[in-house]
Ligand binder design. Structure first.
Ligand code: ATP
Ligand code: MG
Length: 467
């Protein structure tokens, strides 16, 4: 999904994008779209007014498998803003009780830094390229003396025989050639930062975050001032073609230029004003009955979440982050607990309540066929790789939807997730025999679906296990 600029994300546009993947659930899409738009509106206000406008957090409620998490996933792909999706239950795991809900904010900041750096990199691209050119030129003219023939530098050049009297003039000439690509294949020795810079990516930032070591900062400092080889920055002389050298050095230079910009501050500001946190499975931490067992830790999790949602300052290694204006979207099935089982303060902080509808047989037909990633499209594409053409007939799709609805009714209602098992069942044989069916067209119509799952529906016990 293409990321849209925040100002272009009108509510209608957001709903339109969500419609491509999520069937129905119009109220939920609408509420989320308005909340997101309000972020942008707030940023247009004068700064004192802006402080007053707190986000209207949302609580999405609805049975299992009807699209709550799916909506969150799609928004994540859509937003050009830091986004985190966390399961509230994660914080109730043994040994994790009450631990570190602040890590949500730290993750957002990391996320934001990646976004800001990426943007900054694009911004400094031209400058970085120029700096790289100069470094390549310097390397090319190394050892050259006024009066020397130009020819040693680029023998194939049209006026390569001329001799040049000063370095400046030579550089001007060379620069032209360089830009024209005439020197691309020439070898040059350049000083590049040593491979140690790759350390961060080998181990992954995560690993270092977990050890509590401030590795990123360390590397940043190591890499700063890499323009001229600083004593702390190990460099290495490598021979490569001019073309490769330009690319390598442009990369180095852009890293350095980006570091000079105020990435951290900008990233934190972005988190404070635009970040969205999706708190999934929040119903699983609802429940206030005092007593023993899980309830205690549930309430603990709610107590930990509360300051984040009410607005607090979280310390991160990039600086303090105020959470007052971060948008929180909670979601849960709430079939055991109710929103009123949440701590009152938490309830108050999620004033917008939206119900998602249970899915009907008709919705299943649409879910099977309409979304961009619809299951029938996925299976079609998968079998296509084997040279097998799957044709999903209308009556076949209708039958699968009917079976799904029936199975949900007979056993447990797991919403659209039922479609996964039904399709898997229906296509089991084709999937297995795939390579032997090359060149065939297989029509998935009503009778085909019946032949695959018909008796499972009739047999209560078997159906429970298989569908
Ligand atoms: N309205 C819908 N439109 C399209 N696909 C849907 C819809 N609802 C559910 N699905 C499909 O079903 C799967 C499960 O849905 P989702 O993860 O959103 O459930 P949920 O509402 O978050 O349920 P739970 O409360 O169990 O977490 C998704 O991967 C998605 O493919
Ligand atoms: Mg979910």
């Amino acid at each position: 999904m293409k990321k849209l600029q925040e100002k272009d994300l009108t509510p209608a546009r957001i709903v339109e994008e969500l419609d491509r993947y999520v069937v129905g659930q119009h109220d939920a899409k609408r509420a989320v779209a308005v909340a997101i738009r309000n972020r942008w509106r707030r940023m247009q206000l004068s700064s004192d007014m802006r402080q007053e406008v707190v986000p209207k957090n949302i609580l999405l409620m609805g049975p299992t498998g009807v699209g709550k998490t799916e909506i969150a996933r799609r928004i994540a792909g859509l937003m050009d803003a830091p986004f985190a999706k966390v399961e509230a239950t994660k914080f109730t795991e043994v040994g994790y009780v009450g631990r570190d809900v602040e890590s949500i904010i730290r993750d957002l900041v990391e996320n934001s830094i990646v976004m800001v750096r990426e943007k900054a990199r694009v911004k400094v691209q031209a400058k970085a390229r120029e700096a790289a050119e100069e470094r390549v030129l310097t390397a090319l003219v190394q050892g050259w003396q006024p009066g020397d023939a130009e020819v040693e530098l680029f023998a194939s050049g049209p006026d390569g025989q001329a001799s040049v009297q000063d370095l400046g003039a030579l550089r001007v000439k060379l620069r032209q050639r360089l830009r024209a690509g005439a020197l691309d294949d020439k070898d040059v020795d350049i000083e590049v930062a040593d491979g140690s810079q790759a350390l961060g990516s080998i181990f992954g930032e995560q690993t270092f975050a977990q050890t509590g070591m401030d590795f990123g900062k360390l590397m940043e400092q190591l890499q700063k001032g890499r323009g001229g080889p600083a004593p702390s920055t190990p460099t290495q002389t490598r021979r490569m073609t001019v073309k490769e050298a330009l690319a390598t050095l442009a990369g180095e230079e852009s890293e350095r230029l980006v570091d000079d910009q105020n990435v951290d501050a900008e990233a934190i500001e972005l988190v404070e004003n635009s970040a969205i946190v999706f708190l999934d499975e929040i119903d699983k931490v609802a429940g206030r009955q005092s007593g023993s067992g899980p309830d205690v830790s549930r309430e603990g999790v709610q107590r930990d979440l509360l300051p984040l949602i009410e607005g607090t300052t979280v310390t991160t290694r990039h600086g303090p982050v105020k959470t007052d204006h971060i948008l929180f979207i909670g979601a849960g099935a709430f079939h055991v607990s109710k929103p009123s089982d949440l701590l009152p303060e938490l309830q108050g902080r999620m004033p917008i309540r939206v119900r998602l509808d249970a899915l009907s047989e008709h919705d299943f037909v649409r879910i099977l066929t309409e979304p961009r990633n619809a299951l029938t499209k996925q299976y079609h594409a998968l079998m296509d790789t084997e040279g097998v053409t799957l044709r999903f007939k209308d009556d076949g799709v209708a039958e699968m939807a009917r079976v799904a609805a029936k199975a949900n009714e007979m056993h447990e209602n797991i919403g659209a997730r039922r479609l996964f098992t039904i399709l898997e069942r229906v296509l089991d044989e084709v999937s297995f025999a795939g390579p032997d069916l090359k060149g065939q067209k297989i029509s998935i119509d009503e009778s085909y679906v019946r032949s695959r799952v018909g008796d499972l529906l009739d047999d209560q016990d078997l159906g429970r296990y298989v569908l």
